[in-house]
Ligand binder design. Structure first.
Ligand SMILES: *[C@@H]1O[C@H](CO)[C@@H](O)[C@H](O)[C@H]1NC(C)=O
Ligand SMILES: *[C@@H]1O[C@H](CO)[C@@H](O)[C@H](O)[C@H]1NC(C)=O
Ligand SMILES: *[C@@H]1O[C@H](CO)[C@@H](O)[C@H](O)[C@H]1NC(C)=O
Ligand SMILES: *[C@@H]1O[C@H](CO)[C@@H](O)[C@H](O)[C@H]1NC(C)=O
Ligand SMILES: *[C@@H]1O[C@H](CO)[C@@H](O)[C@H](O)[C@H]1NC(C)=O
Ligand SMILES: [Zn+2]
Length: 435
């Protein structure tokens, strides 16, 4: 064969092996987050619907939250694909260290200045590329990003009940209508359980197991709704969470941490974010940084103290200006009490993301996912590039890695690799022709 002829043949092969360049339609996507759904919560409860999903789709053994294992920081990493130091949502509470003002979690949900720090959530990026998107109670969905709102957004009200099963099902019906009647492409749907029960009763309780049964029924309802609405072949679903939950340790079993035993807040601290589980920050008074650090450094065996500049890089939190000069992590189950022990939670999170109790679930099913596929654990940050690939959206610069997640897909290649394979083929054929 003449080498020119071969070259033409190979080149045409390359072109034909690039279906991405053809106009392709993408399936719709539903992201569901159950707040505080620890990775193993389905293992001591009868969950026929979740079990069925394992056969119908892909499951990760567990996934890793980002280093601040709290609702807003973690949800915002999932929807932006950015580390906490980049997206700037460093806590559930919004705060101002000069005025001392603190806004509780639900109060932040309509404060654009808290969320809009340069990292664009998927809703906005997808919208700018022509898709129709919605947030149903998902944290960060209720504000504007560079002046742009999510096309449709429902925001949790102050006193919204977390565990109303009737409402849970109604919300699924609503989302189904958005897809079928209004042709939405992407919806992020949030549920406040099992977090609420985990805090109030503790993770190892009958009440927690009961809410997992309720979630399982809701997932059964979702699967039926998808079939009834003829979305089975057109809708991919990802079910995940933001962090796990652990049992709070109390005296007299342990010596609880009470920080004013070791330092005077009045004399040393300008501002502090404490009494909120295992993660906290202190803004020392001018010139008092070393004094605070020295006072706390070896104060309690279950307390870890970092100066901002010595926070390990792999936490990916230190670079943000909202991270205060002194950062505290308590060991699993310990609360960071400041002055008095008022703390009533029986379960909590906010502890190191290395702890198994902080890991969460990941399930996915739909036309683009393999069936009966068990994935190795990965960082939740890699859900973002997966969602972009599923929707055919060009991702913003992000810290996720599609190679963590694409093994779950039926089409687990990507454009880059396809071209590489074609080039290798070309070179091999040319060489074999020369020989
Ligand atoms: C804190 O509040 C002050 C006074 O209102 C304001 O000038 C400042 O910009 C605020 N700081 C932050 C970080 O929001
Ligand atoms: C978002 O922008 C719109 C239009 O400017 C405005 O009406 C709305 O109040 C803004 N929302 C928030 C949460 O700031
Ligand atoms: C639960 O939700 C349904 C539907 O929205 C509502 O009719 C009912 O009053 C709610 N129940 C409670 C206890 O809030
Ligand atoms: C706080 O500072 C004052 C004035 O320097 C001092 O008298 C007091 O002992 C300090 N309090 C504590 C608890 O260190
Ligand atoms: C995360 O991604 C952003 C955007 O590409 C980049 O600027 C930043 O350096 C990345 N962070 C790390 C730790 O790689
Ligand atoms: Zn919580």
């Amino acid at each position: 064969m003449k080498s020119e002829l071969l070259l033409v043949l190979v080149l045409s092969l390359c072109v034909s092996s690039k279906p991405l360049s053809k106009k392709r339609t993408y399936n719709k996507l539903l992201l569901i987050s159950f707040d505080g759904f620890r990775w193993d919560y389905d293992q001591d409860v009868y969950t026929p619907n979740l079990d069925e999903l394992v056969k119908e789709g892909a499951k990760a053994k567990y996934i890793n939250p980002p280093a601040i294992t709290m609702t807003s920081p973690s949800h915002f990493t999932t929807i932006t694909g950015r580390w906490i130091e980049d997206h700037g949502v460093v806590h559930n509470l919004m705060f101002n260290t000069s005025t001392g003002k603190i806004i509780p979690h639900k109060g932040t949900l309509k404060q654009s200045e808290w969320w809009d720090n340069g990292a664009l959530p998927l809703w906005i990026t997808a919208q700018n590329q022509g898709l129709k998107t919605a947030s149903f109670f998902y944290p960060g969905g209720g504000v504007n990003y560079t002046g742009q709102a999510v096309y449709r957004s429902l925001v949790l009200s102050q006193n919204h009940p977390d565990d109303n099963e009737t409402e849970w099902k109604q919300n699924i019906d609503t989302v189904m209508r958005w897809y079928t009647e209004e042709d939405f492409h992407f919806v992020a749907l949030y549920y406040g359980e099992p977090d609420n029960v985990g805090h109030a009763k503790g993770p190892e309780t009958p009440e927690r197991r009961k809410i997992i049964e309720q979630i399982d029924r809701t997932i059964g309802y979702l699967r039926d709704a998808i079939h009834k609405n003829s979305l089975t072949d057109r809708l991919n679903v990802i079910i995940t969470s933001d962090h796990g939950m652990t049992t709070v340790k109390k005296s007299p079993e342990v010596e609880e941490i009470k920080l004013n035993k070791y330092m005077s807040f009045l004399n040393l601290s300008q501002f502090e974010l404490l009494d909120y589980g295992g993660y906290g920050m202190i803004t020392p008074k001018q010139g008092k940084e070393k004094e605070v650090y020295d006072a706390l450094k070896n104060a309690h065996p279950n307390l870890k103290v970092y100066k901002k500049e010595e926070i390990p890089e792999h936490f990916h939190i230190a670079k943000n200006k909202r991270i205060q000069p002194i950062v505290l992590f308590a060991d699993l189950g310990f609360n960071l009490n400041s002055r008095i022990i008022l703390y009533i939670n029986k379960g909590d999170h906010g502890f190191s993301n290395d702890e198994m109790d902080m890991k969460m679930i990941f399930r996915a099913f739909g036309p683009d996912f393999k069936k009966n596929f068990l994935a190795e654990p990965f960082d939740s940050i890699s859900i973002y590039p997966l969602m972009c690939k599923l929707l055919g959206v060009i991702p913003e610069p992000n810290n996720g890695s599609l190679s963590d997640t694409k093994g779950m897909l039926v089409d687990d290649s990507d454009a880059g690799e396809r071209i590489k394979v074609s080039l290798t083929l070309l070179i091999m054929m040319l060489i074999s022709n020369i020989i």
